[in-house]
Ligand binder design. Sequence first.
Ligand code: CA
Length: 313
Amino acid sequence: MRPSPRAADHLIERASVPRERRLAAFGPPGLIRRAQSLGCEDRAGTGVATPPMEGHRVPEAATRRRTVPLPQGSIELAWAALTDVGRRREVNQDAVFAEYPLFVVADGMGGHIGGEIASSSTVNRLEAIVGSGSVTPKTIEKALAKAVKDIASHPEATDDGTGTTVTGVFLELTGDEPHWVSLNIGDSRVYLLRDDTLVQITTDHSVVQELVAAGRLSPEEAEHHPYGNVITRAVGPSDSVRPDYIRLDVLDGDRFVVCSDGLTKELTDYGIQHFLREHEDPADAAAAMMDAALENGGRDNVTVIVLNVTRTD
Ligand code: CA
């Protein structure tokens, strides 16, 4: 099954990424995606492959906190962010920015240093609007348009295939009621654990997601589809920079996970939910997910933000 010629003009192939599964569905249960191709041994019989980790320092996470006063009550946020090159790549093309009120991941793609330029330009432009105190869809889209110019200003390292995902959430305080707003371009993801149920908030902009949504491909077929690493939208010279937005209520006890596909290649949704339940503290939860992703192969750059929400009246 091939995408239409029109769509194909805008496909972004992650050429250096092994063609692997990208679509995480609920089930079959199992915390960790098996890294069968790596020849890893399941030493403990747990279903978790545990290759040796020598020489790889796992980064340390620290939980940060912020209290947001409301006319009535307050919102308390606690979060931690981690990014790591993984165990197969030489450079980390992911970038992460987690500062109130914006929590985002960018997963760059493109040859040479193009991917790094794309993701770092994007988070730097978003960081600037946080610094200016106005995070809205309008300021985000202006920032992304500037990032596209930044990317194009490195012609020696970038081309039409250079771009980045950008995915995350921000807290919006403009109306009567505060809201979370998710934003997404590409196939990084926002998950929300609410009422002990994990839901993927964002919809991937990928060929397999479009085929699954159209009923033309089952989730099982999608896992091995030859277009498994092809995304249909990115922040880059040949794309629009308008993300998809979804507005959510702010509820006590909500827990967000924002991550690049390097995490969801190695960890099932069930695994993400498991590590959130096991670790209340955001830094502990992020570190546990990072460790699991690296232990299972770390085939791509891995980035994860965990954000806990406490709301008091
Ligand atoms: Ca990636």
